[in-house]
Ligand binder design. Sequence first.
Ligand SMILES: O=C1CCCN[C@@H]1CCCn1cnc2cc(F)c(Cl)cc2c1=O
Ligand SMILES: [Mg+2]
Length: 509
Amino acid sequence: LIGITVGKNEDLSEWYQQTILKGDLLEFTDVPGCYIYQPGSYRIWEFIQEFFNARIRKMGVKNCYFPLFISEANLQREKDHIEGFAAEVAWVTKGGKTKLEKRLAVRPTSETAMYGFYSKKIRSHRDLPLKLNQWNNVVRWEFKHPMPFIRSREFLWQEGHTAHMTEEEAGIEVRQILDHYASIYEDLLAVPVVKGKKTVNEQFPGAHYTTTVEGYIPAVGRGIQAATSHCLGQHFAKMFDIQVENPNQEVKEGEKREKLYVWQNSWGFTTRSIGIMILIHGDDKGLIIPPRVADIQVAIVPVGVNAKTTDADREKLYDDIKNIAATLEEKRVRVECDFREGYSPGYKFNDWEMKGVPLRIEFGPKDSAKSEITFSRRDQEGKGTMSLSDIGTGIPKLLETIQSDMFKKASDEYAEHRKQITEWKDFVPNLNQKNVVVVPHCATGECEDEIKKDSSGQVEGQEVDVRAPSMGAKSLCIPDEQPEEIKEGTHCINPKCSLASVDVMKLMP
Ligand SMILES: O=C1CCCN[C@@H]1CCCn1cnc2cc(F)c(Cl)cc2c1=O
Ligand SMILES: [Mg+2]
């Protein structure tokens, strides 16, 4: 088992592929864009599910499951919703040898699979709010170059779909969910994100507005969409006839109540999050898994055992190691004792490093004599020691320190590469320095397109975006956190923009 043979900054996509394969997270198949999620990555997905399920349960969201296949009639219910997506839809046209009367779409997202049911289920305002979520897989027949976790033809996600009496109530939930998404990234995956709103160009056409959390991949030098929470407005309610009588209307005897369309939200978080975590935290030795999502948080490797070691001594050493593990497990630390025969400690160290295990403990006769352990953090060079009597409190604390140090390192790097500029002359050069920029912008679509055009060709030398060849700078979001004041008369970053002054700053990759 050899280590990663290429540097992360030398050849990112080769590094990434070796890191996820040798880290036993994922395996390729003979179907392009479809991957095997090995236990290592599926366990991370389970941590995310456990965390998010607890949050949404408190909000009254219930999990459910809708069919994988969507009739063409249903998919077509919302024309402009899918006209831009038609090329991505995968179809089933045969059952065995039998050609299907009507072909069936494999769900690319479940609005059209769910909202016919919503129309039936929601009869009166008393049926509101309706809040359903499903954990499932979706298929989108992407033609851009696939990248494991980041862009695949099939991926796992959760998709939440809610219906509310008012726009205000819907708006509150959109933001609550976005905060939970930010919390999954920051508190679980140690990945910093910027919360904001998508511009009209970048939002999902079926939405009233789209909020988003945007990550940043230092190795690529570009931002990445990390999760979205949309308010769909009444758009789908009109399409699927989801309406209730107005409960607040004053009506005279016998007068009919007016009907109101419900306000809907939909929100999604995908396995792309695992790829983002790998790309941000990994180093030249491969994976680094944040302790809160590490299946194995501590690997204990016996050292100083050799041919001269008597069986009795080795048994004694192994018993001591089992006691160390028991002490840690009592504190709910996830431990693995590596008693594999026939492998050197060095081999084992390399193996656990490639699997990204955040903390390694070595224990041998010398440590035993001093009643201490020797430890190595995966996120930092060097070794430390800790007396056996302290490990029950010291190791859990050390794991929490590793978690927060990983987050701080990534946050500092994101902040370092997020430049606030106001002059067009600084725009392209900053992209070339792997920065994302916060710029004054008029927020019009035309202006955005012009900037994209004016920053694509000229950006030679910019790292090729591992996700897709750079098509120029597209906007990531209008950050919630706006600079305290934007000086009066500040001009849109686009020198050709005809508007006099602007009042928003936008994050551009
Ligand atoms: O992003 C989310 C969160 C979770 C629920 N859905 C929304 C909107 C999804 C947009 N979108 C995204 N991709 C799509 C691809 C398709 F082939 C078709 Cl037919 C539709 C879509 C599509 O509507
Ligand atoms: Mg897409």
